[in-house]
Design a protein around this ligand. Sequence first.
Ligand SMILES: [Zn+2]
Length: 262
Amino acid sequence: MPELPEVETFKRYLDSTSLHRRITRLEVRDAYILKRVSARELKHRLKGRRFENSHRHGKHLFVRADDELWLRLHFGMTGSLEYLKHDEVAPKAARVIFHFADNCRLAFDDQRKFGEIELIENVDAFLQTRRLGPDALEISLSRFKAIVGKHRGAVKAILLNQQLIAGIGNLYADEILFRARMHPATLATRLSDKDLRRLFRATRYVLDKAITLKTDFNRLPKSWLLPHRGNGGRCPRCGRALKSAIIGGRRAWFCTHCQKRI
Ligand SMILES: [Zn+2]
């Protein structure tokens, strides 16, 4: 499921392939992922325009087509972008394809169709309506400490709550807590100033590093939890069997030896 690092990688991909090209045609192969906009309206409003820049907040990607016209992309479970040159064939799960004047295309691909495409007028208004928290890579240390330290509940559930901090999903939350050596069920209110600082640094490091590696799981450091996460997995730090439990409604993987409850 695309989390902040994946969506940031899509943003950079879109920026490097698809900006400033005139959209000549839109192909909506499956309108299911369109939210609050019909295929007809989407085509009508974007045809002839160009994607001028983009902005990411949490797991949402906003692509500006005009002062008051933004395309919002959310990648759901399996969404991704694919840029196609000339006669390259679109992937089978391409749901919407933007055709550009130079015969190239950008496909929004989504096997399981939990993704979303919408037109909005104002990014800030959208973020307010959804009550999304600050972006996990943009948030300052003081704000992070104020948000995490003052909420009741397991620290993992707080990291996953998009209305507190936007962008972290199940996999990277586990990695962040592994790096911070914190048990995912630790109550956030028990974290000291030093613990919160450690958690903040781990969040930054894990998200930044995943982006640098273009979220290629095969290239993640072997010292990370993610390559070992799952049944039969062993802790890359101490070699003990990893444990799992449902915390905050999602399955957490962790090492009870290296990650203590505080
Ligand atoms: Zn361990």
